[in-house]
Design a protein around this ligand. Structure first.
Ligand SMILES: *Cc1c(COP(=O)(O)O)cnc(C)c1O
Length: 224
């Protein structure tokens, strides 16, 4: 994955730095820009807790103007963070790139506005590769998240709160958990972090997979 990033962007990422991955269709409810809600806060936590690098990918539908604006916002944040936090946006998200990213990053980030996420398949692909999720409790993660064991939850499950109401609450918790839970574990307790990776495979990967899906379609839908 790091070779691919270098070939496409000329940027040399550091394999030892905590790498967040965020790749999915760029559309409003996915909130691509939640991590950049407060750039000063993000920079302050990196100064305190250790370095961070982030890889984004994902296309917007040609007629989805909000989705395109979100991609522009990520580029703008990347520009403003230059020299302090590497933020990469890889073009042409496809299954090959999805495969590289869901296996190559350290933590898979997903910040949709609940209850909009139908499933969140990429998090399951990450789990199979021993990459834990840090995600809003929506889609599959409502069932897959065992806090601190298979990964980390973000915010409350779907409530009646509107986008504007939960934006700052979710952003604050995103920064707080990165700084106090995820980064210390990654940098100061590599054995503990490895245990989360193994649990993601063992508890998530063994259950949230295509084999079970096909079996359940056959047993519960096709031949019911
Ligand atoms: C896995 C994958 C998706 C689906 O990911 P979600 O988390 O469900 O949004 C979409 N596009 C590509 C290229 C993928 O690899």
């Amino acid at each position: 994955m790091l070779d691919h990033v270098r070939n496409k962007t000329g940027i040399h990422l550091d394999a030892s730095v905590l790498t967040l991955g965020f790749a999915r269709r760029a559309t409003a409810y996915k909130r691509l820009d939640l991590l950049f809600a407060d750039l000063d806060r993000l920079q302050a936590l990196v100064e305190r807790a250790g370095p961070l690098q982030i890889i984004y990918s994902g296309k917007a539908h040609p007629r989805d103007h909000e989705g395109k604006q979100l991609i522009a916002k990520v580029f703008e944040a990347a520009q403003r963070l230059r020299g302090r936090i590497d933020v990469i946006y890889l073009e042409d998200y496809d299954m090959n790139l999805g495969r590289l990213l869901t296996a190559g990053v350290d933590v898979w980030l997903n910040t949709p506005h609940p209850p909009m996420e139908a499933s969140g398949t990429s998090g399951m692909k990450a789990a199979l590769n021993g990459v834990p999720s840090f995600s809003v409790l929506d889609g599959w993660w409502v069932e897959g998240c065992v806090e601190g064991i298979t990964g980390w939850s973000l915010g409350e499950p779907a409530t009646a709160q509107h986008e504007g109401d939960r934006w700052w609450a979710d952003a604050e918790q995103l920064y707080a958990k990165l700084e106090s839970d995820i980064m210390p574990l990654y940098y100061h307790d590599p054995e503990g972090f490895a245990a989360v990776r193994r649990s993601a495979i063992f508890l998530n990967g063994s259950f949230f997979n295509t084999e079970r899906m096909i079996r359940e379609y056959i047993a519960k839908a096709y031949f019911h």
